[in-house]
Design a protein around this ligand. Structure first.
Ligand code: SF4
Length: 380
């Protein structure tokens, strides 16, 4: 019997079984393939980089989903696709039941107001020549042109206090270079909140902060969630950050590998009952998150067959993790697993979830010999 709770409001099966609310945003079979290189490569028809490959995901009102995975796994591209900053090359993005890319352009710009982003580098996102007041006044003028200067001023002051920048009248007159990194990130968050967004993409938004400020910022994000009724898509390469935010909000963690969403579930499901071999690798590399696993694997080599991450322009055949997976069998190099539901109600893309799958009769994949090229694996 698994230790995982079945009580989380974010269990995939619970939502379906209870016929919960319609998703706020529905990503269906999203593909984002980039043509790479210069003209010659394009003319020669070289393979595209598969940044996101057939990912489906629903996001609900007041939801929190933390997407984790190593650099280049497609989590930022997927997040940007969710908020309309990246047009997918395949699949659909439905926001409040409408196909985002099919609505007229004027309507789409209104939808964009509801889909905001805060970046890892707030300094780069703030105009160095604008005071905090001017930065925050701009969206109010644009989206609320009837608002008078007095009301605008009081909204800005109230917002600064909400994001912990007091005295507000003092911070309002400062320029970005007169703020710390944490304060700049608060201004960026405040500017996003002024749009009254339905979804905020926080793209590595706490990664550049030191640990105590990171916690403060994540607490602030959650505190403000109730104030503006927003959902967060939180992108992080750090499973510990994802755990903190998702655990405090009863949210979900989604694990991405090579453009695929390979496992998704509540914090308990992912941390205490990981099913995908790649999720186990992530946990192995973040021992503080699961001391039981850490103790068992303390002196063991990483649970992968290959260290090299495959080239997304030339991904492996079959399961994207087969070149590194310690559980891989020959069938894994021929077929790509769909996400299926686990016993405890979360979802994972691995044949080992399917008791009747050919996987169980298939012979193990042979270990690659030193120096031997493996299909789809970057050779340095
Ligand atoms: S399908 Fe095969 S290669 Fe892929 S994660 Fe499962 S066992 Fe590993």
């Amino acid at each position: 019997m698994s230790e995982s709770t079945t009580e989380s409001r974010n269990d995939e099966s619970d939502r379906a079984a209870e016929g919960e609310e319609e998703p706020l945003l529905s990503l269906k079979n999203i593909e984002v393939h980039f043509k790479q290189g210069g003209l010659l490569q394009r003319v020669l028809g070289e393979e595209a980089v598969r940044a996101v490959d057939d990912v489906s995901l629903d996001i609900y009102e007041n939801d929190v989903i933390a997407l984790v995975g190593e650099s280049g796994c497609g989590k930022t591209t997927l997040g940007k696709t969710a908020i309309g900053l990246q047009r997918p090359t395949g699949g659909t993005v439905e926001f409040r039941g409408e196909d985002f890319w099919e609505v007229p352009e004027e309507e789409r710009s209104e939808l964009r107001r509801a889909l905001q982003i805060i970046h890892q580098d707030p300094a780069g996102a703030l105009n160095p020549n604008r005071t905090v007041r001017s930065t925050l006044a701009e969206p109010l003028k644009r989206w609320n042109p009837d608002m008078g200067p007095g009301e605008r001023e009081s909204q800005i002051n109230e917002l600064l206090e909400r994001v912990g920048m007091t005295p507000a009248h003092d911070y309002a007159t400062r320029y970005p270079h007169q703020l710390s990194g944490g304060e700049q990130q608060r201004v960026a968050l405040g500017r996003a909140l002024l749009m009254e967004p339905d979804i905020i993409l926080a793209d590595e938004a706490v990664s550049a902060l030191d640990v105590s400020l990171r916690i403060e910022m994540m607490d602030l994000l959650l505190e403000l969630q109730d104030f503006v009724d927003t959902s967060y898509v939180f992108i992080s390469h750090d499973l510990a950050n994802a755990r903190y935010l998702a655990e405090k909000s009863d949210g979900r963690i989604g694990v991405m590998y090579l453009g695929n969403l390979v496992e998704i579930g509540s914090v308990d499901q992912i941390l205490k009952n990981p099913q995908h071999p790649y999720t186990k690798v992530m946990l192995w590399s973040t021992p503080v998150l699961n001391p039981d696993i850490a103790e068992k694997t303390a002196n063991q080599a990483p649970p992968v067959r290959q260290i090299d991450v495959p080239d997304p322009a030339d991904p492996p055949s079959g399961c994207p993790f087969q070149t590194r997976c310690p559980e891989a069998r020959e069938v894994c190099a021929q077929q790509d697993p769909d996400r299926t539901e686990t016993e405890d109600g979360h979802e994972v893309a691995c044949f080992r979830q399917e008791p009747d799958h050919d996987y169980w009769q298939s012979p193990p994949l042979e270990e690659p010999q030193p120096g031997e090229a493996v299909e789809g694996t970057t050779q340095n």
